[in-house]
Each structure stands twice: as C-alpha cells, then as structure tokens.
Ligand binder design. Structure first.
Ligand code: ADP
Ligand code: MG
Length: 218
C-alpha cells in the first residue's frame, strides 16, 4: 500500500471558535492508481492534501506513506519526504522567477540529491519544454509554466504525487493537455496520484474518485 490514511482529524481555530474541518478521514491509494478528490469549496480538500504532503500535521490519525507514519516525522523528516518520495503540485505554479526553466525543473531533484540529467531532459522533452529550457518563467504561457511545475515535481521520481487543482488556472483545452501528460508520466512511473479537482471531466480520466463531505469521505 503506497498511501494509507486512517481517521484523520483536523481542527482550525476560527474567529468564532474551533472549526473541525476533517472528522475522521480514511483513504488508501495503491502504487499505479490515480485518485480524484472532489468536494465543495471549503470541504477540506486542500487541508487533507497538505497533511498528506507533510506541510501540516493532523490533530489525530495516521498517514502511512510507503509504510512510514509521516504524522510522526519532525520538520526535517517531512521536508526530506517532499524532496523525494512525495511530490506536490499546486494551482499556483510557484516557479522561481530568477531561474531558467531548465534549473526550475531540476530544482527539487537537486535539493533532494536525486538529480539525473538524462531523466530531466526526457521529462522536459515529454512536456514539450525543450525549446524553452533557456527561458525564464515569465516568458512562458500559463500552460507552459504549469508543465514546468509538473516536470519539477516529477524530476525526483516521487512514488506519490499530490496535486491540488493543478490545472485550475488554465483554460479547458490546455488543462486537458497538461492533465494527459501528467497522467501518462505518473502511470508510466508506477507512481500514485491523488488529485484535487473541480472538473468532472478530469476526474473521469482517473482510476477512482472520492468525495469529501462534512469532514469525511462520502
Ligand atoms: P477546500 O480546499 O476543500 O476548498 P480547505 O481545506 O482549503 O478547503 O479549507 C477548509 C476549511 O478550513 C475552510 O472553511 C477554510 O476557511 C478553513 N481553513 C483552511 N485553512 C485554514 C487555516 N490555516 N486557518 C483557519 N481556517 C482554515
Ligand atoms: Mg482547496
């Protein structure tokens, strides 16, 4: 089992008191599976993804990634996880403006000591980015920038890819193309993908779907 999430609870302190966003979430994901996570705005999708990605810690529950409970890791352990085993893609591209495309793609892998020049080149090629490697992010379209962000996430060869509405800022056609590329690469790598999406069309391309409602998986 690549990912095993059990009984996750998370409460935020809001102005009018504590608010329990996640109330016992369970989910599993096998290597090679792609899972679409849907739910109304504010249902806790991003919160759940952040917890699984080790960007935040749950109040209760267990998150096993490849057999390790990441809720028990310290900051350094969780940072290390994100440089290697787990890759995260957000709706905002979060590219580094002062780095060329080639260096943005290699950034995460270099940080984690997992850089392989040959693989980075293959990724850039598959993503149609070879002609843009010497450019800066601001010289690219939104769809191209998101492909750079996805390539950067895939460069360290993560076993688990977490994506939070990764194509939410793109028009429908571009979103479809970017999504196809990501699904292809993730599937080929035998990685698992957990993706938050609003789009029924995109969700339908994935192997399974889960809906978050009232703090639980419905
Ligand atoms: P989704 O991604 O499904 O739209 P989120 O996980 O972003 O939902 O947010 C779920 C709920 O938790 C929302 O009501 C949001 O306002 C609240 N929330 C999210 N992050 C925080 C935070 N850091 N502090 C307080 N409340 C938060
Ligand atoms: Mg969200």
């Amino acid at each position: 089992m690549l990912l095993n999430v059990t009984n996750i609870h998370k409460t935020y302190q809001a102005a009018d008191g504590p608010f329990e966003v996640l109330r016992g979430v369970d989910l599993t994901l096998e290597a090679g599976e792609t899972l679409a996570l849907t739910g109304e705005s504010g249902s806790g999708k991003s919160t759940l993804l952040h917890l699984i990605g080790g960007l935040d810690t749950p109040d209760q529950g267990m998150i096993m990634v490849d057999g390790r409970d990441i809720a028990a890791l310290d900051d350094e352990g969780r940072a290390e996880l994100r440089r290697g085993k787990v890759g995260v893609v957000f709706q905002q591209f979060n590219l580094i403006p002062s780095l060329k495309v080639a260096d943005n793609i290699a950034f995460q892998a270099r940080l984690g000591g997992r850089h392989e020049a040959g693989w980075t080149e293959v990724l850039a090629d598959r993503m149609g980015l070879t002609p843009h490697l010497a450019k800066y992010p601001e010289q690219l379209s939104g769809g191209q920038q998101q492909r750079v962000a996805i390539a950067r996430t895939l460069a360290p060869k993560p076993a688990l890819v977490l994506a939070d509405e990764p194509t939410g800022n793109l028009d429908e056609t571009t979103a479809g193309t970017v999504m196809d590329l990501m699904l292809e690469l993730v599937t080929e790598a035998g990685a698992g993908l957990l993706m938050v999406t609003h789009s029924e069309t995109l969700a339908a391309r994935m192997s399974r779907g889960l809906h978050l409602r009232a703090g639980r998986v419905a």
